[in-house]
Design a protein around this ligand. Structure first.
Ligand SMILES: [Zn+2]
Length: 222
């Protein structure tokens, strides 16, 4: 897939979940970072945050309308979960069965990047975003805002999380900038003389050979 619309869940006024993390604030950080990585991967990305809706219905309608107004291969909504008192984890929600495989992959990629539980793909037929968007769609629940271990893991691995999303959506790998460039082996040659007359060069080479050095005569155009 090459072209995406990614929006943050809920709205500036119609807020989402909060706990150790605030869902709307964090979704608004994930969306641009994922978009940045997708652009690095030569993908086209449109992003959207709803700053104006005052009701939940307006909010869903506004988000869906934006998505459906763009050309794209996939619609992505970024949320954070709440409500578990257990270990939390990552979930990716989908509606059409054709999106289950991608949802599974994205969920695993995020869970691995954060080092938290992979709760996997979950089919949901009741969500306005998944029902209203006309292209394949997934709704990402990055982690639980009210599970402290999840919040800590997310804060620590934010970049890795966004990279994992971008790589999984695009099916491409980002360049590892941190990887040190492989060192090429370098030979240090010792030069002891340069002669225009080949005979003189051969003489010096002979003397050095007698002393036990390994010698090469290299011809250079002067
Ligand atoms: Zn949400």
């Amino acid at each position: 897939m090459n072209e995406f619309v990614i929006s943050s869940g809920h709205a500036k006024i119609v807020r989402g979940a909060s706990g150790y993390l605030d869902e709307v604030n964090e979704a608004r950080k994930v969306v641009p970072k994922v978009a940045e990585y997708l652009k690095e991967l030569d993908c086209k990305v449109h992003t959207f945050n709803d700053d104006t809706s005052k009701t939940q219905r307006d909010n869903i309608n506004k988000i869906v309308k934006y998505h459906n107004s763009k050309s794209r291969d996939l619609d992505v909504s970024v949320h954070f979960n709440a409500g578990t008192k257990e270990t939390g984890g990552t979930e990716v929600l989908y509606y059409g069965d054709g999106n289950k495989a991608l949802a599974t992959k994205v969920s695993k990629a995020i869970a691995d990047a954060l080092g938290i539980k992979d709760r996997g793909a979950k089919k949901r037929t009741d969500l306005g975003f998944l029902k209203g968007t006309s292209k394949p769609a997934i709704l990402i629940e990055v982690c639980f805002v009210d599970t402290k271990t999840n919040a800590d893991a997310y804060k620590k691995n934010f970049d890795e999380c966004c990279k994992a999303i971008a790589e999984t959506l695009s099916g491409k790998k980002l360049n590892e900038e941190v990887k040190p460039v492989e060192k090429k082996s370098v030979l240090h040659k010792v030069q002891v003389g340069a002669f225009s007359d080949e005979k003189n060069a051969a003489e010096l080479a002979g003397e050095l050979k007698k002393k036990g050095y390994s010698v090469n005569i290299v011809k250079v155009n002067g």
